[in-house]
Design a protein. Structure first.
Ligand SMILES: Nc1ncnc2c1ncn2[C@@H]1O[C@H](COP(=O)(O)OP(=O)(O)OP(=O)(O)O)[C@@H](O)[C@H]1O
Ligand SMILES: [Mg+2]
Lengths: 300, 228
């Protein structure tokens, strides 16, 4: 499909001329792309950030193996070796009952000091903190420990929380993807139908082009250009909204945010990457919709 | 130039327009296609141009097998054939010049070549001085001449015309015929479907008569043969 430069120039000129001549159609199509991309931008920003936050939490997921209080040192040593021998385990860290007590006190803050009086009666167990290589394996590893290991009193890994987190995350991803795909196809459909209305007027031109031996690509190219233009125009507003909106939220979040585990993706490079993606989706919607609309008229 | 063997064409609605056509047309011939309305003349012309595809049989045009032909080769075939219709098929918003240049832009001719060739063919049909007019500012005969100029722009070896004088008064029709004869004189094969008894009986050429989708007569220097 080698094309001469002047032909390419002609296609661009034609495409721009047609968009200008059918300015109402152009406006309607741009509005359709803009609406879609606004929704897509919000969704993507949300999904990517949820993903980011969730995987941050996933990283923190650990299994705490509470050692049976009756276990002696030898038995504890044995357990330690067995834990380290498990597949897919990244690290096993021992934490004595005194350390556990200190951690608990610290996490309770002021109240903790009052409890400090009871230190002699420390009811806590010695513990091993096990971290999985892959956060997703956490549940499976915990189950093995519960079922197969001796000298274990209990295993804590925020069972429900971890499971829910993984499930929620997966759903968010799937729902987000489905919604975005549905939105994108709706926009393509809208555009292809809007442009089809204007093609009726250009039908004769296309027919004559075919009569004098134009290839289908020759006829398609101006529409390709037109679609590209629609896509780019349609992504301007969503990208502007994305930049200002994200900047605003990012600023406010870091001002109020005491939970350091809820970290948004950093403005740079995230917003730039997302803007690029939005532009790309816009271009695909425009080009696809536009090129699809000529399809019917190319037969014969 | 054109060879057909047992060509049949049935439209999707079940109408059989051609029902076994065998014909040979040599380079340089001038052929009239006559027959009553609905006989299958336009269908015959559309098959040559591959605007329609034959349902069965064999068609060769310019040594291309039209039934085996790939879709991407259809434009190449069309560049070798000029077409002229009863209703001219000009683009109303373009000037005469642009209408003709259009056919050359499509095949990616260089701007210099386009300018030269457009003026050449406009001269050939006697419209050099009306290059800047739009079709609405021209008479029917002049519009048909523009269409002929466009058809000739690509130096086709074959010109097919479906009732080119169908919308024109007798005087204008003769002008068009004169131009077609000149074109034929330079070696271009011409196939022309017509209902004009006067033309066929005056400018005597090969006549192929079609009836009910079959060739019923094929005469050199023939007559129209139907009462009007
Ligand atoms: N696109 C089509 N779809 C279905 N039937 C068609 C189509 N084109 C033509 N026909 C039918 O095929 C038959 C031949 O038509 P065609 O147009 O070839 O006749 P014609 O000889 O050119 O007639 P005329 O002199 O009136 O132009 C007719 O019965 C017509 O109704
Ligand atoms: Mg006809």
């Amino acid at each position: 499909m080698a094309m001469k430069f002047r032909t390419l120039k002609r296609h661009f000129k034609e495409g721009l001329k047609n968009s200008w001549r059918n300015s109402w159609m152009t406006l309607a199509s741009v509005a359709a792309v803009t609406t879609t991309l606004l929704l897509v931008a919000v969704f993507l920003a949300l999904v990517f950030n949820l993903n980011h936050i969730a995987s941050g939490l996933e990283e923190d997921v650990q299994i705490k193996v509470l050692v049976d209080q009756t276990a002696n040192e030898e038995e504890m040593e044995e357990l330690s070796e067995e834990l380290e021998g498990l597949d897919n385990v990244e690290s096993v860290v021992f934490s004595s009952r005194d350390e556990e007590w200190q951690d608990l006190m610290t996490s309770m803050g002021d109240q903790g000091e009052a409890w400090g009086l009871f230190e002699q009666d420390n009811p806590l167990n010695d513990a091993f903190v096990v971290t999985a290589e892959e956060p997703q394996d956490t549940v499976a590893i915990a189950n093995v420990i519960i079922e197969d290991f001796d000298y274990v009193e209990r295993v804590n890994y925020g069972q429900d929380f971890v499971q829910n987190l993984f499930t929620f995350n997966n759903y968010a991803r799937i729902v987000g993807a489905v919604l975005i795909i549905a939105l994108v196809f709706t926009a393509i459909f809208l555009i292809s139908n809007t442009i089809k209305i204007t093609i009726i007027a250009r039908r004769k031109e296309i027919e004559i082009m075919k009569l004098v031996g134009a290839t289908n690509w020759f006829i398609r190219w101006p529409f390709f250009v037109e679609g590209l233009l629609l896509g780019i125009l349609g992504s301007i507003l969503p990208i502007a909204v994305l930049f200002t909106g994200y900047y605003y939220i990012d600023q406010n979040m870091s001002a109020v945010n005491q939970f350091d585990f809820v970290q948004l993706l950093p403005f740079t490079p995230f917003v730039w990457q997302l803007a690029g993606l939005i532009l790309l989706i816009g271009a695909v919607i425009g080009v696809w919709g536009s090129v699809m609309s000529v399809r019917k008229f190319l037969k014969v | 130039m054109i060879e057909m063997q047992q060509v049949k064409k049935t439209y999707p609605n079940g109408v059989t327009a051609l029902n076994g056509i065998d014909i040979n047309i040599d380079p340089g011939e001038f052929v009239y296609l006559v027959g009553q309305s609905g006989a299958g003349k336009s269908t015959f012309i559309k098959l040559i141009f591959r605007e329609e595809i034959a349902s069965s049989g064999q068609i060769r045009v310019n040594n291309r097998d039209l039934l085996e032909m790939k879709w991407k080769d259809v434009p190449l075939l069309r560049r070798e054939i000029g077409v002229v219709y009863q209703d001219f098929k000009l683009l109303p918003k373009m000037t005469v010049y642009e209408n003709v240049a259009f056919a050359l832009e499509v095949v990616e001719e260089s701007p210099r070549q386009i300018r030269k060739r457009v003026m050449e063919v406009l001269d050939q049909v006697g419209l050099k001085n009306k290059a800047r007019f739009i079709p609405d500012e021209l008479s029917g005969g002049e519009q048909q001449r523009v269409a002929i100029a466009r058809a000739m722009a690509n130096y086709p070896k074959l010109l097919i015309a479906d009732e080119p004088t169908g919308n024109l008064d007798p005087d204008t029709s003769w002008e068009i015929m004169k131009i077609l004869e000149e074109i034929n004189g330079t070696g271009t094969t011409i196939i022309m479907a017509t209902h004009s008894k006067e033309i066929v009986n005056t400018i005597k050429r090969r006549v192929i008569a079609v009836e009910g989708g079959l060739i019923v007569r094929d005469q050199h220097r023939g007559e129209y043969g139907y009462e009007v």
